[in-house]
Design a protein around this ligand. Structure first.
Ligand SMILES: [Zn+2]
Length: 228
């Protein structure tokens, strides 16, 4: 059990129970730190029953994981983060009520939460498992480089997609973070944790440089502390 510490926790308040679904255990280690930085409250980690590796596996196992967490665990929320790869980046237009982009991974993952949760009866004293969805553009290594390599931003990637000249490839991002395209899991995890720890719990730069993919995740997480 990992319990990130935090200075802003009122004694006696319930500790959040959070489950994670991402593309690799290295991503998940980094996400524990980033989620702690956004929530600013201690949480415990709920192990989910299934693992996924990459897209579309995450989307495919998500319904079963949501049902498992809802009925069989006390999880308060589920954090899901995937890479965008070459899919379209979420935009403000996608936030219009009723809008759904069939290829945007944020829209798709939110759609799965909606479809699965609307049919579930309340269980274990709560109505539903809370949602936090993020998409790293184009890959989680871009988040790891935030603040260290200023050329790596969502805006740069979106411009590149529009002009057909991407500013960097996913392989290049891996090189910049790991010094190799094929890191061992241990090296990958250590570098991921090193880079996200560099923000010292302040995620403003990440929200600024990755306003959709990381911003959506942060906004979802902050909504957890406000009653719907
Ligand atoms: Zn979208």
């Amino acid at each position: 059990m990992n319990q990130p510490s935090s200075p802003v926790h009122s004694p006696g308040a319930p500790v959040l129970k959070v489950a994670f679904l991402s593309e690799s255990p290295a991503d998940e280690a980094a996400l524990h730190i980033l989620v702690g930085a956004v929530l600013k409250t201690p949480f415990t980690i709920v192990q989910s029953s299934l693992r996924a590796r990459g897209w579309p596996s995450v989307e495919q196992v998500l319904p079963a994981i949501l049902r498992h967490l809802h009925f069989k665990t006390d999880a308060d929320g589920l954090v899901v983060v995937v890479d965008s790869d070459d899919s379209p980046v979420h935009t403000a237009e996608h936030e219009t009520p009723g809008y759904y982009h069939p290829h945007c991974r944020i829209c798709r993952l939110r759609g799965v939460f909606r479809r699965v949760l609307k049919n579930l009866p309340p269980a274990r004293g709560r109505d539903r498992v809370l949602r936090a969805v993020g998409v790293a553009v184009p890959a989680v290594e871009a988040w790891y480089l935030c603040g260290r390599d200023t050329s790596v931003t969502e805006e740069a990637w979106v411009k590149g997609q529009a002009t057909g000249r991407v500013p960097y490839t996913r392989a290049e991002l891996k090189w910049r973070v790991y010094g190799t395209e094929r890191p061992t899991l241990m090296h990958e995890t250590r570098r991921a944790v090193q880079e996200v720890t560099r923000h010292h719990g302040d995620v403003r730069r990440l929200e600024n440089d990755f306003p959709q993919g990381f911003g959506s995740l942060a906004r979802d997480l902050r909504s957890w502390s406000r009653p719907a």
